[in-house]
Design a protein around this ligand. Structure first.
Ligand SMILES: [Zn+2]
Length: 94
């Protein structure tokens, strides 16, 4: 079998969906994502600007939430649907 280091499978489709990626984000940011999943996740980051932006915004939001005195207008725009997806993933998966 050929490996797919580009993040795409043999059919040229992304290896994992953005939804799967959202499921990985929490573990990834906590540093507990297994190496194999981490590699898959990082390959997806290489091919999906949307998820890169989302992870960046998620990190900022998480950092902001832990910062006392942060003003809400400084918060980056995180799509509500993706936040919901993360909360659901956390409930079901962990
Ligand atoms: Zn994606």
């Amino acid at each position: 079998m050929m490996t797919t280091p580009t993040g795409f499978d043999a059919q040229g489709k992304p290896e994992i969906s953005c939804q799967a990626c959202v499921d990985f984000i929490l573990d990834y940011l906590e540093g507990v994502l297994p190496a194999r999943e981490k590699a898959t996740f990082e390959r997806h980051m290489n091919i999906c600007p949307n998820c890169v932006t989302f992870v960046e915004n998620y990190k900022k939001t998480a950092a902001m939430a832990q910062t006392v005195g942060a003003s809400p207008e400084d918060a980056p725009p995180v799509p509500a649907k993706l936040v919901e997806a993360i909360l659901k993933a956390r409930k079901h998966g962990h």
